[in-house]
Design a protein around this ligand. Structure first.
Ligand SMILES: Cc1cc2nc3c(=O)[nH]c(=O)nc-3n(C[C@H](O)[C@H](O)[C@H](O)COP(=O)(O)O)c2cc1C
Ligand SMILES: Nc1ncnc2c1ncn2[C@@H]1O[C@H](COP(=O)(O)OP(=O)(O)O)[C@@H](O)[C@H]1O
Ligand SMILES: [Mg+2]
Length: 148
């Protein structure tokens, strides 16, 4: 787990591996490699939940996967945020700010894509619940999201 939660990250949204996560109903906004490299070295890979803001727009709930995606065996660590909001269009090139509030589970390998999709659905449900707590709600209005 991140020893220092809440943890704040900001950076540009770039192209990922284009594995069609949109087809899975779960697009993930990827950060550039240098943002992943700047994370504390003792970070625990896994699935976290928190708040996300694209440019200076509204703050929404999110789930974020930090790690190597064992199902796909990525060579580099990535940070991928799925915002729990239906956007009208893509936002590549935008500034994405996230506040990581809590930890859900370790990254896992799966026997099939369907099992990965099911796990992500559970993560989204759990994130929704956790983020309704008073302590989590306080971070939604943190100055990180209001200052420019
Ligand atoms: C909430 C969430 C949980 C995830 N959990 C795992 C996991 O346990 N194992 C894994 O290999 N990948 C996991 N992933 C990452 C997916 O494999 C990843 O989003 C997919 O590779 C799409 O990558 P792309 O954006 O580069 O196309 C998770 C992604 C999200 C959003
Ligand atoms: N709710 C959402 N959460 C995250 N990204 C979204 C969302 N809706 C649209 N997008 C767009 O989809 C892109 C990610 O799609 P994805 O299939 O994961 O492709 P890539 O492999 O390039 O990351 C994001 O960069 C963003 O522009
Ligand atoms: Mg992605």
């Amino acid at each position: 787990m991140l020893a220092y939660l809440p943890f704040f990250i900001e950076g540009e949204v770039v192209q990922g591996f284009g594995r069609g996560s949109k087809d899975l109903g779960c697009p993930t906004a990827n950060y550039p490699r240098d943002v992943a490299k700047s994370l504390p070295s003792d970070i625990k890979p896994g699935v976290y939940y928190g708040w996300a803001q694209v440019d200076s727009n509204s703050v929404y709930k999110m789930v974020v996967n930090i790690g190597w995606c064992p199902f796909y065996q990525n060579k580099e660590m990535s940070i991928e945020t799925h915002v729990l909001h239906q956007f009208d269009k893509d936002f590549y090139g935008s500034l994405l700010k996230i506040c990581i509030v809590g930890y859900l589970r370790p990254e896992k390998n799966f026997n099939s894509l369907d099992e990965l999709i099911y796990a992500i659905k559970q993560d989204i449900e759990n994130a929704h619940k956790e983020l309704d707590s008073d302590n989590a709600m306080k971070l939604k209005t943190h100055s990180f999201f209001t200052k420019n």
